[in-house]
Design a protein around this ligand. Sequence first.
Ligand SMILES: Nc1nc2c(ncn2[C@@H]2O[C@H](COP(=O)(O)OP(=O)(O)OP(=O)(O)O)[C@@H](O)[C@H]2O)c(=O)[nH]1
Length: 490
Amino acid sequence: MPLSHPGRLPRPLMLSLVLMLGLGFLITSLLSYYHSRATIRESVVETELPLTSDTVYSEIQKDLVRPILISSMMARDTFVRDWVLAGEHDAGQMTRYLAEIMNEYGAFTAFFVSEPSHTYYQAKGVLKQVAEDEPRDRWYFRVREMSEPYEINADVDLANSDRMTFFINYRVLDYDGRFIGVTGVGLSVEAAARIIDEYQQRYERTVFFTDRQGKVTLTGREKGPLGLSSGQSIAEFQGLSQVLDALPTHDRASFEYRAEGAPHFVNVRYIPELEWYLFVDKDESDLFAAIQRTLLINLLVCLLVTVLVLLLVARVLRRYQQRIASLATTDSLTGLPNRRGFELLAGQAIAEARRDHSPLTAVVLDIDHFKALNDDHGHLAGDTVLRDFAGDLRAGLRQSDILCRWGGEEFVILFKGTASDIAHALSEKIRAMAEHKRYRFEDHELALTVSLGQSALTEADSLDSLIGRADRALYRAKQSGRNRVCIEHG
Ligand SMILES: Nc1nc2c(ncn2[C@@H]2O[C@H](COP(=O)(O)OP(=O)(O)OP(=O)(O)O)[C@@H](O)[C@H]2O)c(=O)[nH]1
């Protein structure tokens, strides 16, 4: 690990961590997002939409059952059949009968069309004569040819301002099974529209019907999110036109399309009784909003975790780097800088002295006869004395002075901003302190003396030459009897 940028994560490590964590989180978040999306889509397309479609369909059928029963009863009524067979003499009798049916059963409209006279009777009187070439009367001639007893037809009601109505067209037969007309009741589509409204609101879906050509025949009263209204063709709606192309080939199908930028699911089923298609449409943007929110939160959490992991790793690395750096520059016994640490500090001190033209004095200190102390009292005693003496030495210097353990029982001091004479006085003070101090080891009081060699920084000096001179001075101090300070001038 490079020690040159303590506290900063090495770039390759940082990139690997970001890639591993970021990609890992991103991939798992996206996988779970797309999985949830697919599950929701499947549940909507396969289950929810068809279920809503079935429910709407069965509600409509349920509402049609009662009118079918009333129409069946009318088709079998002996009065109706006898009156036609007797020649339809009094139209008032038939209109009264139809009015009675309307009042009694609350039908929206009630009618009878006679085959012998082609007359269309309803509660208010005779409406008209049906004619084969009149498009609006085609339903009658279709029912006449039908093999089933009745049909449900959604059509406009001439007798009620052309309002959209579900008609139950029941075939009337005489006592010998011959066709003598069509009777039945009409049901306002209001009821169906109410059901549609309810479903649209409850399930937040658009429900509407179209004929086989894709023309909208029935919507809820509130039209629904797409704003479709009766009479419009779904071809007018962007996206839905492709559904229109597929309509004739499917009785029941699901499609996906986009409208106004929003994705939609639509389920279409054919209703044979009405010859209509029932559309149940869902705007899927809201559908995925919740999981999109979850994805965003996931990604934010992932980002946070990645940043926290990076910060944590950077912090741990910084600690280790600092520890390694300090181990490399500190002496473990005395806690003072070692020679390596000293070189870093001394280099800076010399540069400052040169820049500020301030004096700098170096002192090399050696404990006298330390070998004897070790030999007499043991290595542990020597260690204790070294540690305690180093503590005293440090305590006696200024904060700005540089002190290091040069090796063994040798120390180097740099007095910053201190001329030779003042440094000499300080060295003397240290010498005296060492001489008078006693160091305890077990129950011994240990005394020591120190020799010091001193030299002042000159213009031509390097750190080595400065220390070399101080070392020579120390040698002289040792040679001349120890426990003294010698100076070597540059
Ligand atoms: N206990 C202990 N002893 C050490 C340590 N470092 C060096 N020494 C010992 O210090 C002694 C230094 O001995 P010498 O270099 O002969 O010097 P001296 O005995 O102090 O004699 P002079 O320097 O000539 O006064 C050696 O015996 C080393 O083993 C240390 O960290 N702990």
